[in-house]
Every structure is written in structure tokens, then in C-alpha cells.
Design a protein around this ligand. Sequence first.
Ligand SMILES: NC(=O)c1ccc[n+]([C@@H]2O[C@H](COP(=O)([O-])OP(=O)(O)OC[C@H]3O[C@@H](n4cnc5c(N)ncnc54)[C@H](OP(=O)(O)O)[C@@H]3O)[C@@H](O)[C@H]2O)c1
Length: 260
Amino acid sequence: MGNQSWVLITGASSGIGKALALRYAKAGHSLVLVARTAEMLDALSEFISKQFHVRVIVMPKDLTKTDAPKEIFSELLRQGIRLDVCINNAGAGQSGLFENIDQERNDDIINLNIRALTEMTNLAIHHMRQHGGGKILNVASTGSYQPGPYIAVYYASKAYVLSLTQALRHELKGSGLTVSALCPGSTATEFSKRAGKADIKGAMQPNKVADCAYRGVLKGKAVIIPGFMNKAFIAASKLLPGRLSASIVARVQRKLTSSL
Ligand SMILES: NC(=O)c1ccc[n+]([C@@H]2O[C@H](COP(=O)([O-])OP(=O)(O)OC[C@H]3O[C@@H](n4cnc5c(N)ncnc54)[C@H](OP(=O)(O)O)[C@@H]3O)[C@@H](O)[C@H]2O)c1
């Protein structure tokens, strides 16, 4: 695939992933877009190819399925695509009292946010090592920094994403590969509706998050936190005892979740 620079984005059909696709296309990168909904990926691909004259390949995949990450990287190999950037953005959560959430739903969240992200990161490292370097961005959350009563599995999964990313960053020092974590706060996407809670007023727009992520990845930053309020929130979370952070999150989640 010549000298094109390729960026793979999971969860590219809506929200932050879609905004990232538009941001990278604007900068002239060709794209591999992954999500479940083929029609949304096709529509985005058509728009991006016309608007930005870059190549776009869509891979409709359900990342909760065990084989999905291997299938994606086999397809990259088959098509001779060499990734420069791999963005593990697809993620989901579920609000509510832990004991009332179906284990099947928790399994889907864990398989997507943790298992698929872990394997995608592993495969991306092997893929990029063969080409001498690259950049990986894992989408965590401000929720990576404190316990999340009434959205517990999601917050725990995002703590995992941040921890994994920081550990790998250390292992990959001097390798030509950088791995960064993006920690957005509340962002105006489909996420809240899908997680069964109301939107937070004043949520950040996904294009602002994507802009910040794009610049952060270019600089090879370890942790990218979009917006002053989110930076302040994370700084405060680091100072507060866990039980206090938990009671603040609990109060917010109770207000947003009608089932509580
Ligand atoms: N919005 C926020 O307030 C917020 C805050 C902090 C962090 N985040 C994180 O940001 C990331 C993006 O979320 P978003 O806010 O943009 O939410 P979103 O609008 O719901 O987007 C989620 C994306 O993931 C894809 N996806 C969901 N399940 C999938 C699966 N099983 N296999 C493959 N793709 C799947 C969705 O597409 P399909 O449905 O077509 O598969 C969609 O493209 C997530 O990791 C989320 O945890 C969001």
C-alpha cells in the first residue's frame, strides 16, 4: 500500500472514534475503520474518501467475539497494510446497581473494554515492531482514576486500560513504539444512552476530544487528558482517599441513572 500512512480506529462508527477518523483523514492519513454497524462505517467511509481524498477500508467486526482481533490483523497482512497508528477506542459501559446487571452484559463490557483491547494492543506491537515503529492509543477515561459506584465494571475496566498502557509504555521505551492513554471526561456521544444513563450537561464535544488526542499522540504523550476541567478532576482524584472519590461518583451516577 505504498507510502501511505495508515491509522486503524476501533469504534469508528460514532462518537469519539468517528471524530478521530475525521481528524486523522483531515491530516491526510488513510484509515481502517472498525465497528459492528457496517452501514454507518460505509457512510462514513464514503464521506471521508470524497472529502479528504484518502483511502478508507471498513472492517465490520464485533470485538466481543474472541477471534475478531486476529481476523483484523490477518486482513491487514493480506491487504499489505502497514499501520502507523492503532487506536483502541471501542468501549461500552452499563449504569446500575452491580447486583442487578446481567452477567452477560458484564461479559460483553469486559470482552470489549479489556480482552479485545489487550489483544489488539499485543497484535499491534508485533505488527509495528516488524516495521520499526508506530503509535498506539488506548482510550481510557477520567473514570480510570477512581472507583465508580453504580457503573462499577466500566470504571474498573478503564482503570485496567490506564494501568496496562502505563506498564507497556515502560516496556516499550527505546523501541520506536509509543503507547498513550486518552482519558476523556463526559463527552457528548451515544455512550450515556447506551449505558442506560442521562447525558451530563456541558459534556465536551467529540471533535474537541479528537483534536486533543491527535496532538497528544503526535507528541507521544503518556496520558492525554482533554480539557482543563478533566485535568483538574483527575488531579483532585489523585489527592482524595478512594472512599471520598467513590461517594462523589456515586452521587453523580445516582442523579444520572433513572433505574436507581
Ligand atoms: N462519552 C463519554 O462520556 C466517554 C468518557 C470517557 C471515555 N469514553 C470512552 O470513549 C470511547 C468511545 O466511546 P464514545 O463516547 O464515542 O461512545 P459511542 O458513541 O457509544 O461509541 C462507541 C463505539 O464503539 C463501537 N462498539 C461498541 N461495541 C462494539 C463491539 N462489540 N465491537 C466493535 N465496536 C463496538 C460502536 O459502534 P457499533 O455500535 O457500530 O459497534 C461505536 O462506534 C469508549 O472507550 C468510552 O469508554 C467515553
